[in-house]
Structures are given as structure tokens and as C-alpha cells.
Write a protein that binds this ligand. Structure first.
Ligand code: GDP
Ligand code: MN
Length: 393
């Protein structure tokens, strides 16, 4: 789960990380009021969306009067910001962050991520922070410094000093940088974060370090014990289909293909997507209905998969252990009737009550295509999509 920049900054501030003075606003009038309240003579107005690359896309603007803050907020709020991370449709700006503008002398990069290869939190830093960090990583990877944290020991001072030296944060800045890194680490670990990124970490004014930008994301599976983080959730930033699915206990992730997938078990769902790809098709989603899927759950799964206008056929692949094929079959029939499904539905059932399930599908006199095994199912669904394309042409 991602949070907004202003929320990440509030959180980091509570751990003692220095951040600019500022506040969020939902309207131009509120933006002006926030600017007035924080004072100063120059402000930055920053679009709050769950995507980076805002600076280059015009989502971060400097204003030199309260009226200008109001004008810029008015332009940004309600508009769509297209960055290299949002996709062509962009993201709707519904909140802005107003901050006192910082006089930046130099920009560094500081990040914490979980390195899946070594299964540990890894600190990443660079002297070349700012909006071109992707280019730095690509063209001059030696300028990206990494330090892996031992979970039993935590991030140690000497490790921070090693990193600060490597990026050139020396002298008066070193103890500041060491403290800051340890505080970001503590926040990261306490809150079950998956990623924390401060870019730029800037030297401002009289040699002070300041987190001028902050992005954080958290482990969904830990949200049950992270109420504070959970409350920061902004559902309007998430795919509505994914939100809908999670409300029904379904694990759905939207993808960009045209074959809808309804599967039980995450592993089988991955294998199903692989099989579709192997046969030349492209999955439209990942969907795990879980164990003990009721007919209602199966109907909801079909409904959510069909909310994606790209879906040209659906593959249902159930290997029932805890599940029951007869329940799945009833759910599919209910879905076919209530949702008036027009796209081909390929069904592969195996496991508990399979004969009963097949019998239910067979006697329903609806146009299901049944498959013997996963390979057969994948071949049939890809063929169904090609046939549909042929008809359309
Ligand atoms: P991002 O593009 O989405 O990562 O947004 P950032 O918050 O990182 O802002 C982009 C760039 O705008 C930063 O790298 C800075 O160079 C610049 N910027 C942001 N806030 C300030 C500020 O208060 N003062 C100055 N001088 N530049 C800023
Ligand atoms: Mn940034």
C-alpha cells in the first residue's frame, strides 16, 4: 500500500527526520490558508498522487505570493497529472501539499528497500539525487551505494558512516546524516514498510539536511497491525477493481492483457498465467478466489474480471481441495445468468466433487467450454480470443 508524500513526511517527522514546514490542502482556499499559516515568502505547491516523476511533469511548482499559491493550487487540483509512472491516463490530483520553499544547495538520494535476493532491508544512497536518479542508476551505477542491514543488529552507525563517506556527506553533515538514516530505518522497520525513498535529501541553508521529498509503501499483509498506516489509505488512488475485490475476500491484480483468469490458489494462478502466455495469449489479471469459494464469491470474481473492458474470454481454473467443484459450478451458472456474460468462458475443474461440478455445468445448457487439464484450457482460451478477433475483423 502506498501513501502520499505529505503522509510519509508526517510519519518520518514523528521519528525525528527533518522535513520542510507544510500542510496538505484539498481546495485552493485551503491552500492559501495553509501558506498563510506556515508563513515565509516563497512556497512550493506539490501535487499529491501515488506516483513519482511529478517535478518533470509540472506537478511541483514554486509560488512567490499567497495569491500565486491559490492560483497554482486551483490549476493543479482537479487536473490529471501524467508522469512516466502514471501511464498515459495520468492521475487525478485531489490534494496538494503546501510547503515553505527550501533553498537547495545539493541533492542526494536516500532509499530503503527490501532486497529480495538477500531477504534483507538494504540502504541505498547516491550523491546524484534529484529528478534524474533513474538515469544515474542506468548510466553510472557505480554512483549508487548499497548497504545491507542485518535484521538481528539493525542499521549500525559504522554502516551509516560508510555510506555517508561514499556519497561525500562529510564534516558537520556526517553526524546529521547518520542520525537521519537511523531514524528512517527505525520508521521503516516499525511500520512494516516495503520501501522508503527520500529524493532529494537536500542540503539547505546553513548546512542542514532536509527530506524535501518522501515516498513510502507498506506491506499489505501487515496492515492488520498497522492501524496508523491503514488510516492513511487513499482508496481513490487504487484500481477500483482491486478495491472491490479485496472487499469480497478476493485477491485480484489488474494486468494489461485480454484473458480474464479466475483461479484458486496463488501458485495455480501464476501457473495459469504462464500457461496462457506459453500459448501466445496475455492474461488480463491475476485472481485468486481462495479456498472454500462460495457461489457468491465466484459470481463476484466474474463480475470484477468483466469490469475490465479488455477482457475477451475468461479462463476458470479450479483444482479443488478445500474448494468444491459443485459450488464453483453453481457460482459460474449464477454469474452467467445474472451478469449476462457474452465472452467465452473456458472451465477446467479438478479435485473435490469434480463429477458433480461437471454434471451441473453440463445440464445448465449454457455455453461453457470445458477443458481436461490446464494445458488444454490455456490452448482453448487463446483460440477463443483469436476466434473473437477474427469475427470482429
Ligand atoms: P518528484 O519529481 O515526484 O520526485 O517530486 P520532488 O518532490 O522530488 O520534486 C522534484 C524536484 O523539485 C526536486 O528534485 C527539487 O529539485 C525541486 N523542489 C522540490 N521542492 C523544492 C523546494 O522547496 N525548493 C527548491 N528549490 N526546489 C524544490
Ligand atoms: Mn522526488
Amino acid at each position: 500500500m502506498n501513501i502520499h508524500e505529505y503522509q510519509a513526511k508526517d510519519l518520518l517527522k514523528s521519528y525525528g527526520v527533518p522535513v520542510p514546514v507544510g500542510g496538505a490542502a484539498y481546495s485552493d482556499a485551503q491552500a492559501a490558508a495553509v501558506a498563510e499559516e506556515i508563513g515565509g515568502d516563497q512556497w512550493v505547491v506539490k501535487a499529491q498522487i501515488h506516483a513519482g516523476g511529478r517535478g518533470k511533469a509540472g506537478g511541483v511548482r514554486v509560488a512567490s505570493s499567497i495569491d500565486e499559491v491559490r492560483e497554482v493550487a486551483d490549476v493543479l487540483l482537479g487536473s490529471r497529472l501524467v508522469t512516466h509512472q502514471t501511464g498515459p491516463g495520468g492521475s487525478l490530483i485531489q490534494r496538494v501539499l503546501i510547503e515553505q520553499a527550501s533553498q537547495i544547495k545539493k541533492e542526494y538520494y536516500l532509499g530503503l528497500v527490501i532486497d529480495r535476493a538477500c531477504q534483507r532491508i538494504t540502504l541505498i544512497a547516491s550523491s546524484e539525487g534529484g529528478v534524474d536518479i533513474e538515469e544515474v542508476a542506468k548510466n553510472t551505477p557505480e554512483k549508487i551505494i548499497r548497504e545491507t542491514v542485518d535484521p538481528a543488529l539493525g542499521l549500525l552507525d559504522f554502516q551509516c558512516r560508510k555510506v555517508t563517506c561514499a556519497v561525500g556527506l562529510t564534516g558537520k553533515l556526517m553526524p546529521q546524516a547518520v542520525r537521519l538514516m537511523k531514524r528512517v530505518y527505525r520508521c521503516f522497520r516499525d511500520k512494516d514498510a516495503l520501501q522508503a525513498e527520500i529524493n532529494p535529501l537536500a542540503i539547505v541553508g546553513d548546512d542542514k539536511l532536509l527530506a524535501v521529498d518522501a515516498k513510502m509503501s507498506f506491506d499489505d499483509n501487515a496492515l492488520y497491525r498497522q492501524n496508523l498506516i491503514n488510516e492513511m489509505r487513499d482508496l481513490s488512488e487504487e484500481d477500483p477493481k482491486e478495491v472491490d475485490a479485496s472487499g469480497h475476500g478476493l485477491n485480484y491484480i489488474a494486468l494489461d492483457g485480454n484473458i480474464g483468469c479466475i483461479v484458486n490458489g496463488a501458485g495455480l494462478a501464476m501457473a495459469t498465467m504462464d500457461a496462457i502466455t506459453l500459448h501466445g495469449g496475455r492474461p488480463a489479471n491475476f485472481l485468486d478466489v481462495g479456498g472454500g469459494a462460495s457461489p457468491e464469491k465466484v459470481t463476484n470474481a466474474c463480475r470484477i474480471v468483466l469490469q475490465d473492458g479488455n477482457v475477451k474470454a475468461i479462463l476458470v481454473n479450479i483444482f479443488a481441495g478445500i474448494n468444491r467443484c459443485d459450488w464453483i459450478a453453481r457460482g459460474l451458472i449464477q454469474a452467467m445468468r445474472s451478469l449476462n456474460i457474452k465472452v467465452p468462458l473456458i472451465v477446467r475443474l479438478a479435485g473435490t466433487n469434480v463429477e458433480e461440478g461437471r454434471e451441473i455445468l453440463h445440464t445448465a445448457e449454457l455455453s461453457f467450454v470445458t477443458a481436461e487439464n490446464l494445458d488444454d484450457a490455456a490452448a482453448k482460451v487463446v483460440a477463443a480470443v483469436s476466434a473473437a478477433r477474427g469475427k470482429a475483423a
